[in-house]
Design a protein around this ligand. Structure first.
Ligand code: ADP
Ligand code: MG
Length: 579
């Protein structure tokens, strides 16, 4: 109910906290909220929907939070997640921390209990000092206590989320704030429109010269594109730069499609070779974290010395792991445009010996792979199943791929080519499980495109209940569950010989497709690549919520996929096993 509809008192010229929050968001172009209703924010969601915002209710806050963060990634506007106090807030916090880690702009708005009671620890309903708890897990955290500060508080949250390196912001709204009343005119005046929320950051000319110098003198240069480059939405500039430079590039997983994976300069299929052999590596919106072995060691051909150029909006990222010979601090569009300007007409492409060596390696690897992708093994192995899905995406390049799991993630990342920017969403910097359904909802809602989510059965389980959300909003999402009866594989045995199954094993031959049917969606089981391909093509053609239960050989996976080396080894259990 808006104040103007209230006839019980003379409220014609009054507004309140609820409506000011909505006005502040709408004024700044935020038109979608992902959340879970409850005390004290149920009416906030209702009023927002009444005011024309899209308000999508989830079954658990974590998934609403993942959706909000992916909305932020796809739109460059902060995605908003709305939760209740203490437990709902905590459920949303994983997604907020994940957004910050991944540099996705997001605002977690949580209702909170009475400040006076919380601070004296007198035992309020859902009592918790949420602001203090959120602070170390996000980029910025604010609490608004007075209705007249809502405008400025929301503005601060928006700017913090999207300016510089994007990240997660927490906004604490005590229950009493939402009901606070103020004069409507005064209220409108207090709303702040954020002008230029993410200002361009122009790199210093001498830093541009330095970067050009290092790149020009390279014999075996390599560009690594990260999801920061995809986020920046400077697709044409990135393409122009890569093509003008002639330098081979590697896309990080969510940067796949920034240029099509089939681009002649893609070195994706020669990854090990280029990381080892390159003498100059230019990072563009990618970090030298664990996903790139911290820029050192065997994977990088140590002890050979390499020179790094790094383009990033965050100055502190420079030298985080290794020396950066040419730091270029600024936004990706401005940095790459400045470099393009300096390259001139006589820019020499990299030596042919280098690009030939890469092409040769690529061809050998792709040929090796091609045979395996045709595998018709029954039950399906990863290559057979993903080989079929690779063709589906090739024929439907607008489809947005969501991908999580262990083996399901690792194999899909290298097998499935992506053709368009921001068309692959996955487990990101942390390698978390559970983003599947949240990311799928956000991708469908924000882009209107068909989504194909390829998820391991374990990964699917973290957010499986959200298929009801997908059905409720009738979203064009097709989920393929790679069902191998367990985590990593379904063949483990209980080492004690006891009755419980092994810790990594699920109910055998589960019918995830029946879950989807329970909510009115399409649910089908695929036992071979041809069936799988046809079922997914049908789902794309119909746009209906669909779940394909893809039966995968339970012995096909490996422990932790390709990162099994990160598991600590026990000396004791090895000794015991050999006794
Ligand atoms: P990946 O996992 O794909 O390697 P990361 O998340 O590690 O990508 O790195 C993304 C980087 O991009 C971060 O260091 C972030 O500061 C940077 N970044 C994000 N947006 C921009 C932008 N608009 N311009 C420049 N750098 C950006
Ligand atoms: Mg599994």
């Amino acid at each position: 109910m808006s104040p103007s509809e209230d006839t019980s008192t003379d409220t014609q010229s009054l507004t309140d906290g609820f409506h000011l929050v909505i006005d502040a968001l709408k004024t700044n172009g935020i038109d979608t909220i992902y959340g879970v209703p409850g005390i004290p924010i149920t009416d906030l969601g209702r009023f927002a929907q009444g005011a024309g915002m899209r308000v999508l209710s989830f079954r658990h806050e974590q998934h609403a939070g993942y959706a909000a963060s992916i909305a932020g990634y796809l739109t460059k506007k902060p995605g908003v997640c709305l939760t209740v106090s203490a437990p709902g807030f905590l459920n949303g916090l994983t997604a907020l921390a994940n957004a910050t880690t991944n540099c996705f702009p997001m605002i977690l708005i949580s209702g909170s209990s009475e400040r006076e009671i919380v601070d004296l620890q007198q035992g309020d309903y859902e009592e918790m000092d949420q602001l203090a708890i959120a602070k170390p897990l996000c980029k910025a955290a604010y609490r608004i206590l007075h209705a007249q500060d809502i405008g400025i508080g929301v503005a601060r949250a928006i700017r913090a989320a999207v300016s510089g390196r994007p990240g997660g912001v927490y906004l604490d709204l005590p229950a009493s704030l939402l009901g606070q009343v103020m004069d409507e005119m005064e209220g409108q005046k207090s709303i702040v429109k954020v002008i230029d929320p993410a200002p361009r950051m122009i790199p210093a000319p001498d830093a541009v010269d330095r970067a050009i110098d290092v790149l020009k003198n390279a014999e075996r240069p390599l560009i690594i594109l990260g999801k920061g480059a995809a986020y920046a939405q400077e697709d044409e500039t990135v393409k122009a730069f890569v093509e003008k430079s002639g330098v081979p590039y590697l896309p990080m997983s969510m940067a796949k499609g920034l240029l099509p994976d089939t681009h002649p300069q893609s070195a994706g299929a020669a990854r090990s070779l280029v990381l080892k052999e390159a003498d100059v590596v230019m990072m563009v919106g990618a970090r030298l974290n664990w996903l790139l072995s911290h820029g050192k060691g065997k994977a990088w051909g140590a002890p050979h010395s390499k020179k790094f150029i790094q383009v990033d909006i965050e100055a502190m990222e420079m030298d985080s792991n290794v020396e950066i010979a040419a730091p270029l601090v600024g936004d990706i569009g401005s940095c790459l445009s400045a470099m393009l300007d300096r390259m001139g007409d006589d820019w020499a492409k990299p030596p042919q010996a280098w690009t030939d060596a890469i092409d040769e390696k690529k061809n050998t690897n792709l040929e090796k792979m091609a045979g395996r992708l045709k595998s018709n093994a029954n039950p399906m192995d990863y290559h057979g199943a993903l080989g079929a899905l690779r063709e589906v995406i090739k024929d439907n390049q607008d489809v947005i791929l969501v991908n999580e799991g262990a083996n399901t993630l690792d194999f899909a990342r290298s097998i499935i080519d992506i053709y368009k920017p921001r068309h692959r969403i996955d487990v990101g910097t942390w390698g978390i499980m559970g983003i599947g359904q949240g990311a799928s909802v956000a991708a469908a809602v924000e882009t209107g495109q068909q989504v194909l989510a390829i998820e391991g059965d374990s990964a699917f389980g973290f957010s499986g209940m959200e298929i009801e959300t997908i059905c409720r909003y009738n979203l064009p999402v097709c989920i393929v569950v790679f069902n191998n009866n367990g985590i990593y594989r379904g063949t483990d045995q209980n080492p004690s010989g006891g009755d419980d199954v092994a810790t990594t094993v699920f109910v055998k031959n589960s019918r995830y497709d029946l879950m989807m049917q329970a909510f009115g969606g399409e649910g089908v089981t695929a036992t071979n690549p041809d069936e799988l391909s046809q079922m997914v093509r049908d789902a794309i053609a119909s746009g209906k919520p669909t779940l394909v239960n893809a039966v995968i050989d339970e012995a096909a996976g490996t422990e932790s996929g390709r990162i099994g080396n990160l598991n600590p080894q026990s000396v004791v259990s090895k000794n015991k096993a050999s006794q």
